[in-house]
Design a protein around this ligand. Structure first.
Ligand code: RB5
Length: 145
C-alpha cells in the first residue's frame, strides 16, 4: 500500500481507534486519522463521508472505520460508489472481503469485539490480496449504472 491507511471513529469507537493506530504504527503502516479526536458525542456519517470522499479522490486506498457496531459507518461509507465497506467481527470475513470482494473499508464495532480480536481482524484485512478473475467480474457488477 503506497498511500496512508485512513482511519476514523465516532465517540463510541475512539478508544479502539487509538489502540489500532498504536498497533498500525508498530507495524510501520502510515495512518491518516480523520477523527474524531475527543470523547464528545458526534455523528458517525460525518467521519464515514470524509473517508469516503478521500477514497473517491484517491487520497487513500483503504480505511478502517470504528463506531459502536460498525454498522452505521458501513452504511454511510457505502453511499460512495468507490467504497466497498464491510463490517467484520472475525478475521475470516475480513480476509475474504479483501480476496473476493476487493473491500476497501473495514468497519469494526468497538462494542462488539475486544481490542485483541479487532487487531486480528485488521491484520487479516491488510494481509490479504484481491484475487481478481471471476471475483473482478462480480465486483464490477456491484455498482448500479
Ligand atoms: C453511537 O451511540 C452508535 O449509535 C454508533 O457508534 C454506531 O454504533 C452506529 O451504528
Amino acid at each position: 500500500m503506497t498511500k496512508p491507511l485512513g482511519i476514523a471513529a465516532d465517540h463510541a469507537g475512539l478508544d479502539l481507534k487509538r489502540a489500532l493506530v498504536t498497533e498500525l504504527e508498530k507495524r510501520g503502516i502510515a495512518v491518516r486519522d480523520f477523527g474524531t479526536t475527543t470523547s464528545d458525542s458526534c455523528d458517525y456519517p460525518d467521519f464515514a463521508h470524509a473517508v469516503g470522499r478521500a477514497i473517491e479522490t484517491d487520497e487513500i486506498e483503504r480505511a478502517i472505520l470504528v463506531c459502536g457496531t460498525g454498522v452505521g459507518m458501513s452504511i454511510s461509507a457505502n453511499r460512495h460508489a468507490a467504497v466497498r465497506a464491510v463490517v467484520c467481527s472475525e478475521p475470516l470475513s475480513a480476509r475474504m472481503a479483501r480476496q473476493h470482494n476487493d473491500a476497501n473499508a473495514l468497519c469494526i464495532g468497538a462494542r462488539v469485539v475486544g481490542t485483541g480480536t479487532a487487531i486480528d481482524i485488521v491484520d487479516a484485512f491488510l494481509g490479504a490480496t484481491f484475487e481478481g478473475g471471476r471475483h473482478a467480474t462480480r465486483v464490477a457488477k456491484i455498482n448500479l449504472a
